[in-house]
Ligand binder design. Structure first.
Ligand code: ATP
Length: 268
């Protein structure tokens, strides 16, 4: 449980989560995910990554203690809690009959629980929303309806919506899953810039270990509901770990200009 030591960042201690009788996370304690750093949550299918993010954001009942800068998140009501720690699910924004800009403004209004949905959007919110769409290189989609956009375009809008809500910690569940090669790198670099500039805690579930190796500051690996390793990516993602966790024979190579990539030679 909470040791009382001051901790800056997001952390779960002694977290246990069940679905019915099925215990998915077993007395799990995470490292402290610090502000200003981009962290990847890795692990095979079914290892508990989404469950961990959903429990940390308060969307799943959990035993244990989850703190952001020593604030116990369980003590907050859900709207306030998601202002501190926002979860963006794996599912893409639904293809509904509203424009991308309207979707951005609606997400901002949800954040501000003092306002009702009937409130007119103000100029500042429109300016900030358009700026975010520009940062994701999708300002040209502002007046297009979500039901006319591709899956990848809607995923970019979901990310822009999440950033527009200005949380202190951002929990992203496979935020790159629908994106092409360019956008996978461009979005990770943009998230890194915004994480550093706004001193956010950013934790994202990734399956692409090469992005984790080259673009993330820290990685945390879940295996069968337990954290098996965490730290700088090149120290954590070793052939032994890849064999144990992902059941592949692989080696990690480094180019002369210090980029890293995984060569998989077999699956076990
Ligand atoms: N709503 C649910 N009800 C019952 N069991 C669930 C539910 N959601 C997930 N599980 C189970 O919990 C375990 C962890 O699932 P979770 O979605 O957290 O894994 P994950 O690591 O995010 O997987 P993936 O990489 O495939 O998205 C799995 O065994 C899954 O079957």
């Amino acid at each position: 449980m909470n040791t009382g030591k001051p901790v800056s960042g997001l952390m779960a201690q002694n977290l246990t989560v069940h679905y019915g009788r099925n215990m998915v996370l077993h007395d799990l304690t995470t490292p402290c995910f610090p502000h200003g750093r981009i962290c990847a949550l890795l692990g095979p299918n079914g290892s508990g990554k989404s469950t961990l993010l959903r429990a940390m954001s308060g969307l799943l009942p959990a035993q244990g203690c989850i703190t952001l800068d020593n604030i116990q998140l369980a003590k907050l009501r859900l709207p306030e809690r998601s202002q501190h720690c926002l979860y963006l699910p794996q599912a893409l924004p639904a293809p509904v009959n509203i424009t991308a800009l309207e979707a951005m403004l609606a997400a901002k209004r949800i954040m501000s629980h003092r306002h009702s949905f009937a409130d007119a959007p103000n100029e500042e919110n429109i300016r900030v929303s358009l700026h975010l769409l520009e940062q994701f290189n999708i300002a040209h989609l502002a007046l297009r309806k979500l039901n006319e956009l591709s899956g990848g375009q809607r995923q970019l809008i979901g990310l822009a919506q999440a950033l527009g809500r200005q949380p202190h910690a951002l929990l992203l569940d496979e935020p790159l899953s629908a994106l092409d090669l360019h956008y996978q790198y461009a979005v990770t670099k943009l998230l890194t810039q915004i994480t550093r500039k706004n001193n956010l805690v950013t934790l994202m579930v990734l399956h692409d270990l090469n992005i984790a190796l080259n673009l993330c500051d820290l990685v945390c690996v879940l295996h069968k509901g337990r954290i098996i390793a965490s730290g700088p990516p090149t120290e954590v993602l070793t052939p032994d770990l890849l064999r144990t966790v992902y059941r592949v024979e692989a080696r990690v190579e480094t180019t002369p200009d210090n980029h890293h990539f995984i060569v998989i030679t077999d699956c076990i």
